[in-house]
Design a protein around this ligand. Sequence first.
Ligand code: SF4
Length: 217
Amino acid sequence: MMGDRDFRTVIKNAIESVGKQLDYKIDTEDIGKIHLSEVTKCLRRSYYDRTDPIEAEKTRFSDLLGGMFRQLDYGSTPDTYDLPGDEQLKLEGQSDMIADDVVMIFRSVSEFPEDPFAKDILYLNACLWIYDKIDGILVYIDGNGNEASFSLTKDKKMFEEVVRRVRVLNDLIKSKKAPILEPSTECLTCQYYERCYTKKKKNEKDLVQQILGKDFK
Ligand code: SF4
């Protein structure tokens, strides 16, 4: 606290405002267009985001990384993929950059993973289908500005899984049914935790045990 102003709150609000500007733009009223970011995270969370949202906290500047690349002159613009056999349903996605026909996405991490995270691979692979490209690169950047990159070639089977999730989410939104829980470490920071688990937030150790006891990764 400095003087009459709580600067921590001011900074947090500023980051949240910037975050809103940089985040993917999703028209939650348009159920015929599902955004790729909605199906590469927990479907239940995406369902609540559309039907009964609670604002998620964005408190780290590093959460804004991909959005900052998209704002650059050479940042990429959103595009859509028409789902076969369903004229009413489209998948929308946006990579962060496309350079020399290579699709790129950037993610911030506190420490580098040995293997890329499944949701990032699913996201990048689906971008390859949306933009009709062959090769992609996923770049992780840590707090010190170091980077680790993983390359990916377009894969049909992985994309079919994304398409399946698009159809599931669309069906459940139409029928107003919440998707089943997808327990993962994402739950630890999810704003809908209390809708899915106990009324009162448990301590993190209990939750990690609960998550690791299930099959979903
Ligand atoms: S708490 Fe977990 S299962 Fe529930 S909506 Fe959030 S991420 Fe999904």
